[in-house]
Design a protein around this ligand. Sequence first.
Ligand code: NDP
Length: 246
Amino acid sequence: MLTGKVAVVTGASRGIGREIAKTLASEGALVVVNYNGSREKAKEAVAEIEEAGGKAEAAQCDVSDFEKAGELMEYVVKTYGRVDILVNNAGITKDGLLMRMSEEDFDSVVRTNLKGAFNCMRHVARQMIRQKSGRIINISSVSGVLGNAGQINYAASKAGIIGMTKSAARELASRGITVNAIAPGFINTEMTRVLSDAVKEGAAAQIPMKVFGETKDVAEAAAFLASDKARYITGQVLCVDGGMAM
Ligand code: NDP
Protein backbone atom coordinates (compact mmCIF):
# COMPACT_ATOMS: atom_id res chain seq x y z
CA MET A 1 0.00 0.00 0.00
CA LEU A 2 1.07 3.59 -0.63
CA THR A 3 -1.01 5.27 2.07
CA GLY A 4 0.35 8.70 3.01
CA LYS A 5 2.75 8.85 0.05
CA VAL A 6 2.87 11.82 -2.31
CA ALA A 7 3.37 10.98 -5.98
CA VAL A 8 3.97 13.11 -9.05
CA VAL A 9 3.16 11.48 -12.38
CA THR A 10 4.17 13.50 -15.44
CA GLY A 11 2.01 13.32 -18.54
CA ALA A 12 -0.85 11.83 -16.56
CA SER A 13 -3.75 13.42 -18.46
CA ARG A 14 -4.20 10.33 -20.61
CA GLY A 15 -2.82 6.96 -21.66
CA ILE A 16 -0.24 5.17 -19.55
CA GLY A 17 0.35 8.15 -17.24
CA ARG A 18 -3.34 8.41 -16.35
CA GLU A 19 -3.49 4.69 -15.55
CA ILE A 20 -0.36 4.94 -13.39
CA ALA A 21 -1.89 7.91 -11.52
CA LYS A 22 -5.13 5.97 -10.94
CA THR A 23 -3.30 2.87 -9.77
CA LEU A 24 -1.03 4.75 -7.33
CA ALA A 25 -4.08 6.61 -5.99
CA SER A 26 -6.02 3.37 -5.58
CA GLU A 27 -3.19 2.16 -3.35
CA GLY A 28 -3.51 5.26 -1.16
CA ALA A 29 -1.06 7.78 -2.63
CA LEU A 30 -2.00 11.40 -3.14
CA VAL A 31 -1.24 11.96 -6.82
CA VAL A 32 -0.26 15.14 -8.62
CA VAL A 33 -1.54 14.63 -12.16
CA ASN A 34 0.79 16.62 -14.39
CA TYR A 35 -0.20 17.64 -17.92
CA ASN A 36 1.01 20.06 -20.52
CA GLY A 37 -1.84 21.00 -22.87
CA SER A 38 -4.74 18.65 -22.03
CA ARG A 39 -6.30 20.49 -19.09
CA GLU A 40 -9.76 18.92 -19.46
CA LYS A 41 -8.34 15.41 -19.69
CA ALA A 42 -6.21 15.99 -16.61
CA LYS A 43 -9.29 17.21 -14.71
CA GLU A 44 -11.13 14.11 -15.92
CA ALA A 45 -8.30 11.93 -14.54
CA VAL A 46 -8.51 13.71 -11.19
CA ALA A 47 -12.31 13.27 -11.13
CA GLU A 48 -11.94 9.54 -11.83
CA ILE A 49 -9.50 9.22 -8.94
CA GLU A 50 -11.72 11.18 -6.58
CA GLU A 51 -14.82 9.21 -7.57
CA ALA A 52 -12.93 6.05 -6.64
CA GLY A 53 -12.17 7.54 -3.20
CA GLY A 54 -8.61 8.67 -3.94
CA LYS A 55 -6.82 11.99 -3.66
CA ALA A 56 -5.40 13.89 -6.64
CA GLU A 57 -4.73 17.32 -8.06
CA ALA A 58 -4.01 18.42 -11.63
CA ALA A 59 -0.91 20.55 -12.22
CA GLN A 60 0.08 22.10 -15.54
CA CYS A 61 3.77 22.09 -16.43
CA ASP A 62 5.78 21.63 -19.59
CA VAL A 63 8.41 19.28 -18.18
CA SER A 64 10.85 20.13 -20.98
CA ASP A 65 11.23 23.58 -19.39
CA PHE A 66 13.89 23.37 -16.65
CA GLU A 67 12.57 26.33 -14.63
CA LYS A 68 8.94 25.24 -14.88
CA ALA A 69 9.79 21.70 -13.77
CA GLY A 70 11.52 23.26 -10.76
CA GLU A 71 8.43 25.34 -9.99
CA LEU A 72 6.23 22.22 -10.14
CA MET A 73 8.37 20.32 -7.64
CA GLU A 74 8.63 23.38 -5.40
CA TYR A 75 4.84 23.71 -5.43
CA VAL A 76 4.35 20.05 -4.50
CA VAL A 77 6.83 20.24 -1.62
CA LYS A 78 5.32 23.50 -0.36
CA THR A 79 1.78 22.13 -0.55
CA TYR A 80 2.23 18.55 0.63
CA GLY A 81 5.55 18.69 2.47
CA ARG A 82 7.20 15.86 0.55
CA VAL A 83 7.55 13.90 -2.70
CA ASP A 84 7.82 10.15 -2.27
CA ILE A 85 7.30 8.96 -5.84
CA LEU A 86 8.19 10.58 -9.15
CA VAL A 87 7.08 8.86 -12.34
CA ASN A 88 8.62 10.44 -15.43
CA ASN A 89 6.08 9.34 -18.00
CA ALA A 90 5.56 12.43 -20.22
CA GLY A 91 6.58 11.59 -23.77
CA ILE A 92 5.99 12.37 -27.41
CA THR A 93 6.84 10.84 -30.78
CA LYS A 94 7.74 12.55 -34.05
CA ASP A 95 8.63 9.57 -36.19
CA GLY A 96 10.60 9.68 -39.43
CA LEU A 97 13.48 7.99 -41.16
CA LEU A 98 16.98 9.27 -40.47
CA MET A 99 17.37 10.67 -43.99
CA ARG A 100 14.23 12.77 -43.62
CA MET A 101 14.24 13.73 -39.97
CA SER A 102 14.39 17.45 -39.28
CA GLU A 103 16.61 18.92 -36.60
CA GLU A 104 13.52 20.28 -34.88
CA ASP A 105 11.85 16.86 -34.71
CA PHE A 106 15.00 15.38 -33.20
CA ASP A 107 15.43 18.18 -30.69
CA SER A 108 11.82 18.39 -29.53
CA VAL A 109 11.51 14.64 -28.84
CA VAL A 110 14.79 14.55 -26.92
CA ARG A 111 13.87 17.76 -25.09
CA THR A 112 10.53 16.38 -23.89
CA ASN A 113 11.35 12.73 -23.29
CA LEU A 114 14.93 12.83 -22.03
CA LYS A 115 15.53 16.34 -20.77
CA GLY A 116 12.03 16.42 -19.29
CA ALA A 117 12.88 13.40 -17.14
CA PHE A 118 16.23 14.95 -16.21
CA ASN A 119 14.55 18.24 -15.24
CA CYS A 120 12.11 16.53 -12.88
CA MET A 121 14.74 14.25 -11.34
CA ARG A 122 17.11 17.16 -10.91
CA HIS A 123 14.51 19.17 -9.01
CA VAL A 124 13.17 16.33 -6.88
CA ALA A 125 16.50 14.80 -5.83
CA ARG A 126 17.29 17.35 -3.10
CA GLN A 127 13.92 16.80 -1.41
CA MET A 128 14.22 13.01 -1.59
CA ILE A 129 17.76 13.20 -0.17
CA ARG A 130 16.41 15.32 2.68
CA GLN A 131 13.69 12.69 3.27
CA LYS A 132 16.27 9.89 3.00
CA SER A 133 13.76 8.06 0.82
CA GLY A 134 12.20 8.18 -2.59
CA ARG A 135 11.19 6.23 -5.65
CA ILE A 136 11.90 7.45 -9.17
CA ILE A 137 10.41 5.52 -12.07
CA ASN A 138 11.32 6.56 -15.59
CA ILE A 139 9.26 5.37 -18.53
CA SER A 140 11.57 4.24 -21.30
CA SER A 141 10.49 2.06 -24.23
CA VAL A 142 11.35 -1.13 -26.02
CA SER A 143 12.52 1.22 -28.80
CA GLY A 144 15.27 2.41 -26.48
CA VAL A 145 16.33 -1.18 -25.79
CA LEU A 146 16.13 -2.66 -29.30
CA GLY A 147 16.14 0.43 -31.55
CA ASN A 148 13.36 0.96 -34.09
CA ALA A 149 13.50 2.05 -37.72
CA GLY A 150 11.78 5.42 -38.08
CA GLN A 151 12.34 6.37 -34.45
CA ILE A 152 15.93 7.68 -34.32
CA ASN A 153 14.91 10.58 -32.08
CA TYR A 154 12.54 8.60 -29.86
CA ALA A 155 14.88 5.59 -29.48
CA ALA A 156 17.76 7.95 -28.59
CA SER A 157 15.63 9.64 -25.93
CA LYS A 158 14.46 6.32 -24.49
CA ALA A 159 17.94 4.72 -24.52
CA GLY A 160 19.16 7.94 -22.86
CA ILE A 161 16.59 7.42 -20.13
CA ILE A 162 18.09 4.01 -19.40
CA GLY A 163 21.62 5.45 -19.04
CA MET A 164 20.30 8.29 -16.92
CA THR A 165 18.31 5.87 -14.72
CA LYS A 166 21.34 3.68 -14.02
CA SER A 167 23.57 6.68 -13.31
CA ALA A 168 21.05 8.28 -10.96
CA ALA A 169 20.48 4.90 -9.28
CA ARG A 170 24.21 4.66 -8.53
CA GLU A 171 24.31 8.23 -7.20
CA LEU A 172 21.23 7.94 -5.01
CA ALA A 173 21.26 4.33 -3.78
CA SER A 174 23.02 5.14 -0.51
CA ARG A 175 20.45 7.88 0.16
CA GLY A 176 17.51 5.48 0.32
CA ILE A 177 16.29 6.42 -3.15
CA THR A 178 15.69 3.86 -5.87
CA VAL A 179 15.66 4.75 -9.57
CA ASN A 180 14.29 2.27 -12.08
CA ALA A 181 13.00 2.31 -15.64
CA ILE A 182 10.07 0.57 -17.25
CA ALA A 183 10.38 -0.22 -20.94
CA PRO A 184 6.89 -0.83 -22.34
CA GLY A 185 6.42 -2.54 -25.67
CA PHE A 186 3.35 -1.76 -27.78
CA ILE A 187 0.59 -0.56 -25.46
CA ASN A 188 -2.93 0.42 -26.54
CA THR A 189 -3.02 4.24 -26.13
CA GLU A 190 -3.51 7.29 -28.34
CA MET A 191 0.19 7.02 -29.22
CA THR A 192 -0.33 3.64 -30.87
CA ARG A 193 -3.94 4.12 -32.00
CA VAL A 194 -2.69 6.35 -34.84
CA LEU A 195 -0.64 3.49 -36.36
CA SER A 196 -2.05 1.97 -39.56
CA ASP A 197 -3.54 -1.55 -39.41
CA ALA A 198 -0.60 -2.86 -41.44
CA VAL A 199 1.92 -1.42 -38.96
CA LYS A 200 -0.11 -2.78 -36.03
CA GLU A 201 -0.20 -6.25 -37.59
CA GLY A 202 3.55 -6.13 -38.25
CA ALA A 203 4.16 -5.04 -34.68
CA ALA A 204 1.95 -7.76 -33.20
CA ALA A 205 3.85 -10.37 -35.21
CA GLN A 206 7.09 -9.35 -33.42
CA ILE A 207 5.54 -9.79 -29.98
CA PRO A 208 5.92 -13.33 -28.56
CA MET A 209 2.54 -12.87 -26.82
CA LYS A 210 1.08 -11.65 -30.16
CA VAL A 211 -1.05 -8.85 -28.72
CA PHE A 212 -0.53 -5.24 -27.61
CA GLY A 213 -0.45 -4.61 -23.87
CA GLU A 214 -2.87 -2.46 -21.90
CA THR A 215 -2.07 0.62 -19.83
CA LYS A 216 -2.86 -1.38 -16.68
CA ASP A 217 0.04 -3.74 -17.43
CA VAL A 218 2.49 -0.82 -17.19
CA ALA A 219 0.69 0.79 -14.25
CA GLU A 220 0.91 -2.38 -12.12
CA ALA A 221 4.66 -2.57 -12.76
CA ALA A 222 5.03 1.09 -11.74
CA ALA A 223 2.99 0.52 -8.56
CA PHE A 224 5.24 -2.41 -7.67
CA LEU A 225 8.44 -0.39 -8.19
CA ALA A 226 6.93 2.43 -6.11
CA SER A 227 6.09 0.12 -3.22
CA ASP A 228 8.11 -1.16 -0.27
CA LYS A 229 8.07 -4.58 -1.93
CA ALA A 230 10.67 -3.23 -4.39
CA ARG A 231 12.93 -1.70 -1.73
CA TYR A 232 16.02 -3.68 -2.83
CA ILE A 233 15.59 -3.08 -6.58
CA THR A 234 17.40 -0.16 -8.23
CA GLY A 235 19.00 0.68 -11.57
CA GLN A 236 16.86 -1.87 -13.40
CA VAL A 237 14.93 -1.81 -16.64
CA LEU A 238 11.68 -3.73 -16.36
CA CYS A 239 10.37 -4.62 -19.81
CA VAL A 240 6.57 -4.78 -19.98
CA ASP A 241 6.36 -5.89 -23.57
CA GLY A 242 4.86 -9.35 -24.00
CA GLY A 243 8.36 -10.75 -24.42
CA MET A 244 9.62 -8.50 -27.23
CA ALA A 245 12.97 -7.57 -25.69
CA MET A 246 13.99 -10.79 -23.96
P1 NDP B 1 0.03 9.59 -24.82
O1 NDP B 1 0.39 10.28 -26.07
O2 NDP B 1 -1.27 8.89 -24.71
O3 NDP B 1 0.15 10.62 -23.58
C1 NDP B 1 1.31 11.40 -23.42
C2 NDP B 1 1.22 12.19 -22.17
O4 NDP B 1 2.42 12.98 -22.05
C3 NDP B 1 0.06 13.15 -22.15
O5 NDP B 1 -0.51 13.16 -20.86
C4 NDP B 1 0.71 14.49 -22.46
O6 NDP B 1 0.03 15.57 -21.85
C5 NDP B 1 2.05 14.32 -21.79
N1 NDP B 1 3.06 15.26 -22.29
C6 NDP B 1 3.57 15.36 -23.54
N2 NDP B 1 4.49 16.35 -23.59
C7 NDP B 1 4.55 16.89 -22.33
C8 NDP B 1 5.31 17.93 -21.74
N3 NDP B 1 6.19 18.63 -22.45
N4 NDP B 1 5.12 18.20 -20.43
C9 NDP B 1 4.22 17.50 -19.69
N5 NDP B 1 3.49 16.49 -20.21
C10 NDP B 1 3.64 16.19 -21.51
O7 NDP B 1 1.25 8.60 -24.54
P2 NDP B 1 1.30 7.13 -23.90
O8 NDP B 1 0.42 7.06 -22.73
O9 NDP B 1 1.16 6.14 -24.98
O10 NDP B 1 2.82 7.09 -23.43
C11 NDP B 1 3.23 7.44 -22.13
C12 NDP B 1 4.72 7.16 -22.00
O11 NDP B 1 4.98 5.80 -22.29
C13 NDP B 1 5.59 7.97 -22.97
O12 NDP B 1 6.80 8.32 -22.35
C14 NDP B 1 5.83 6.98 -24.09
O13 NDP B 1 7.01 7.28 -24.79
C15 NDP B 1 5.94 5.69 -23.31
N6 NDP B 1 5.69 4.49 -24.11
C16 NDP B 1 4.49 4.29 -24.73
C17 NDP B 1 4.28 3.14 -25.48
C18 NDP B 1 3.00 2.84 -26.16
O14 NDP B 1 2.94 1.83 -26.87
N7 NDP B 1 1.95 3.62 -25.99
C19 NDP B 1 5.36 2.15 -25.64
C20 NDP B 1 6.57 2.46 -24.96
C21 NDP B 1 6.72 3.60 -24.22
P3 NDP B 1 -0.76 16.70 -22.71
O15 NDP B 1 -1.76 15.97 -23.55
O16 NDP B 1 -1.34 17.56 -21.66
O17 NDP B 1 0.29 17.37 -23.55
